[in-house]
Design a protein around this ligand. Structure first.
Ligand code: AHM
Ligand code: MG
Length: 335
């Protein structure tokens, strides 16, 4: 790329030339990106910044919070509450929605995030990230309630993640394909490094936590069993396995070179539809993957078509290369 295109310029051009994003949404995305820069700095400092380890508190999901879970949540709230672009926020780390305080102007957007995804990797210096999803507040009602958030993922107006790995990379869609921006630390800005990201339709790489195999249901077992049989099996090719245990990093690999990611329902907690959260993990990732030509289902239906009934609802996730996702989804009716 001859001249560098910053995230700011990219967004301004999307707004001006393509009319894709209103100015309030542009502001929102710039603020989220700025917050991610702050989180990236905290992540980079690690032990030097005293940010590693647990915080001795639990979130609504009963998970022990890490210090960085809480720091990242605070950074996102503080960055976003005063700009006038938001009505409210929701987070994996907060029981209920955070309504923008009265002292600030109220905007028309709703922001949802998993402030620090892959928490189990924080202390071991493995890639982690921030996932975010943007919805519009339904029109016509004063105030904002949790019910305003309960929209299917197909209604998202922007979605993305920032992965804190060897590089800090922000990946974004506003419904016109997927673009990637790498943080230039000297300049302090995100620079466009890839546009029109495409996921190959076929793959030889799967990502799943194999230690749960005995708990899966038949269609998922059948699919992975076929992959494991390799070149001698019905698939006629050898598969490779990757599992980073940070959804951001696994999805980033899939957007970069293809693959399939599964976190399916399993028998350990039969009443839970899955481990991952629909509104701020599965929905934004599913939209990014679809925008890059991939597919995302819960085994029975397109994830983006699910209407949530609660903010922290969980879902079974199968996403990535289109032909593989369609194969596993098909097994849910044939196996
Ligand atoms: P988190 O949001 O609390 O970090 O949990 C979500 C993470 C995903 O990033 C990842 O795919 C999964 O949990 C890993 O689960 P497991 O520990 O079962 O491998
Ligand atoms: Mg998460």
């Amino acid at each position: 790329m001859s001249s560098k295109i910053s995230l700011t310029r990219y967004l301004v051009e999307q707004q001006r030339v393509d009319g894709l994003i209103p100015s309030q949404l542009r502001l929102l995305l710039e603020v989220v990106a700025r917050a991610c820069k702050g989180i990236s700095q905290a992540v980079n400092k690690g032990a030097l910044g005293g940010v590693l380890g647990t915080a001795d508190t639990e979130n609504i999901q009963g998970e022990v919070q890490k210090k960085l879970d809480i720091i990242a949540n605070e950074v996102l709230i503080e960055a976003n509450e005063w700009g006038g672009h938001l009505a409210a926020m929701a987070s994996e780390e907060m029981d209920s929605i955070y309504v923008v305080p009265n002292r600030y102007p109220q905007g028309e957007y709703l922001l949802l995030f998993d402030p620090l995804d892959g928490s189990s990797n924080i202390d071991v210096n493995v890639s982690i990230g921030t996932i975010f999803s943007v919805l519009k507040k339904p029109e016509g009602l004063a105030g904002v309630t949790e019910a305003d958030f309960l929209q299917p993922g197909a209604k998202q107006v922007a979605a993305g993640y920032c992965v804190y790995g060897p590089q800090t990379t922000l990946v974004l869609t506003v419904g016109d394909g997927v673009a990637m921006f790498t943080l230039d630390r000297e300049q302090g800005s995100f620079v466009l490094t890839q546009e029109n990201v495409r996921i190959p339709e076929d793959t030889k790489e799967f990502a799943i936590n194999m230690s749960n195999m005995r708990h899966w249901d038949a269609p998922v077992k059948h699919y992975i069993d076929e992959c494991l049989q390799g070149v001698e099996g019905p698939r006629g090719k050898d598969f490779n396995m990757r599992w980073i245990a940070s959804m951001v990093a696994d999805v980033h690999r899939i957007l970069t070179r293809g693959g399939i990611f599964l976190y399916p329902w399993d028998k350990r907690e039969p009443n839970k539809p899955g481990k991952l959260r629909l509104m701020y993990e599965a929905n934004p990732m599913s939209w990014l993957v679809e925008q890059a030509g991939g597919a995302a289902t819960n085994g029975r239906q397109r994830i983006l078509d699910i209407t949530p009934t609660t903010l922290h609802e969980r879902v079974s996730v199968i996403l990535g290369s289109k032909n593989e996702v369609e194969r596993v989804t098909g097994y849910h009716t044939t196996v």
